[in-house]
Ligand binder design. Sequence first.
Ligand code: SPD
Length: 427
Amino acid sequence: MSTALGNHILVEFMNCDPHVMNDVAAIERDMVGAAKKAGATVINSTFHHFSPYGVSGVVVIQESHLAIHTWPEYGYAAVDLFTCGEMNAWISFDHLKECFGSKSYSAIELKRGSVNLLQRNDFDISSAREKAAEWRNPEFYTRNVWFTDKDEDQALSLRFTGDVMVDVQSPFQRVRILESLKYGKMLALDDMVMTTEKDEFHYHEMISHPSLFTLRNAKNVLVIGGGDGGTVREVLRHTNIEKVTMVEIDGEVIEACKVHLPQIAASFDDPRLELIVDDGIEFVKQAKQGEYDIIIVDGSDPVGPAEGLFSVEFYTNCYNALKAEGILVAQGESPKFNEKAFSELNHALQGIFGENNAPVGLFFVPTYPTGMWSFQYGIKGNCHPKNVQNLDEIRQFVADQGLRYYNEDIHFATFATPNFVKTLLRK
Ligand code: SPD
């Protein structure tokens, strides 16, 4: 007969895979898996990813708990396996060692609650245990897992179910589709939120319609990036558009979205669309001069494959590829999250298109850090979104298409800039 109430194994997992050590979803899955493999009943799990890196979490089990804290930069995890009853926590230990790819480890095993030191009270808890067993369904437990999009000082976190539909490392980036609780399925590239089912319309309507209503006779549009398909879906709502060429560097993004985000990737079969999987920067360099009415740059943030989408050379090539009356619209980052990229991009556009021809459109995206985001414009020729007069036409279009963000008021309001933004834009 055991002389203790509980068994506590304190584990040092060393030389682990640093990527696993920084992956909150993988660690939650592995810790829950370790509990279940050893026959434990899971009550709930809470896991957080910390800035700049590291994961902490706990799986509460009917037999006590499993807890972890990781230091990816050292390939290290401190793990507690605290169990009572018949559960063999060494089964959990073996499972985690395997999952974390730990090449060296040590463990201390302690008995907790020595019965020689305790005095049992005179109270019968067996009926309470039976009651608990009646309502507990071992298949369902609360999961509390958070995805965080951040820089060193600021972050936006979304709670997600822990279920991962896609997790692939493409030649360019890590492509993931996760299920968030508040915003539905979400596309993440590396550790950044790109789009979610519930708020994608904010971004995709606003990247498309202001320029399309400014240049009402536009026929030929180029989209760089936009692999989820949301931008071409919006552009193709306009019947005056005869051709859209979309150049996305990462085929994995397109495939993942076609399968898991079909309402965003809804227009890939439109015969007016030519889809090219290739480098957009190189494509624009080779493009014919004066070819496009509108160029839309739906890129990711200026790290990894999208870095070149924030250069003077790229936007000069875009300028040349536009017709004499043409509009460039670029994903312009946030004036509160990435002030530097935001203002540098605008200064570059002012330099290429002219000081008064680089307006900024602000709009709101709840799932991007700070919520305040921008599109930046380059106007070639005399067209200007502020001069739009066809308001009845916009109203009718919005109603017919069931748009949920853009309307005739927003068309003008997006170009209103707060004073701190005006300061950022001043050269
Ligand atoms: N931090 C997010 C920057 C937005 C990048 N583009 C999103 C793609 C949606 N089509």
